[in-house]
Design a protein around this ligand. Structure first.
Ligand code: SAM
Length: 243
């Protein structure tokens, strides 16, 4: 369940409705948190909140994070480039906290699967807990394995790499993908993008992309303006196809 502060639109995720909830707009009593979605409740500072049901995106946003996860704007771009749909078989290199894994698993279910490789056990465990929380573990096989030592799965529709050295995965990715399959690499700097492009002699390059995003703030009755602080650069996305 989420509550939205009526004045600012700020959203809070309520994990435990049996405890009072503390915000910088005041404390909300558990009796109020247990009211029906649609109810308007007040903090002890008399600030109003609206109760709403949560949805998948809300749940993902409040998952535990370990390493840097893919920004939602880049996940949006990925979905506009590749039609990620039910039944697909996807390999992911670099599970991290499983944030992207969650979106992928939610999209390929009920009959698809995400095979996700991670080298660090602590991140593997965070991802496992996050996917369990979202009830998505049936659609994911988490593997504690270096993807550069080989990809076990064949006939894969899409491979997504969010690791620092994707050029070391190219041969394995080529062998694992089916004809027409996609390879996507997320990279934080253009030096790595160039290294990947120079290393590739097998895949067809579809494009290199960057996505800009800016949220605007509406101050009721006053002004509409861009947010003061915005993330400018997050990742480049490199898209290849096996043809
Ligand atoms: C940037 S994080 C991935 C974040 C993830 N995409 C998300 O949205 O939560 C990169 C992850 O790749 C893992 N990693 C790095 N090299 C790897 C490799 N060769 N095989 C598997 N995992 C690797 C790191 O341990 C780290 O957890």
């Amino acid at each position: 369940m989420i509550i939205i502060h009526r004045k600012t639109g700020k959203k809070f995720y309520i994990e435990d409705k049996d405890k009072d909830f503390n915000t910088h707009f005041g404390i909300i009593k558990k009796e109020d948190l247990n009211k029906e979605p649609g109810s308007i409740i007040k903090s002890h500072l008399n600030e109003e909140f609206l109760i709403l049901e949560d949805n998948f995106n809300d749940l993902v946003r409040y998952l535990k994070r370990g390493p840097q996860s893919i920004h939602e704007k880049d996940i949006g771009l990925l979905y506009s480039l590749v039609n990620i749909s039910p039944g697909m078989k996807i390999v992911e290199g670099g599970t991290g906290s499983g944030i992207l894994t969650s979106y992928l698993a939610n999209s390929v279910r009920p009959n698809g699967k995400v095979y996700s490789y991670e080298i660090r056990e602590d991140f593997y465990n965070i991802a496992k807990k996050n996917l369990e929380k979202l009830k998505l573990l049936d659609y994911v096989e988490l593997k504690l394995k270096n993807i550069n030592e080989g990809i076990d799965e064949k006939d894969i529709d899409l491979i997504i790499l969010d690791i620092p050295d994707p050029w070391n995965t190219l041969d394995h990715a080529y062998n694992s993908l089916k004809f027409g399959g996609y390879l996507v690499s997320f990279l934080p700097n253009i030096t790595s993008v160039l290294k990947l492009l120079y290393s590739n002699d097998k895949f067809l390059l579809i494009g290199v992309y960057e996505n800009f995003y800016r949220k605007w703030i509406y101050e009721k009755g006053k002004v509409l303006r861009p947010r003061n602080l915005e993330l400018v650069h997050t990742e480049f996305i490199v898209l290849f196809r096996k043809v």
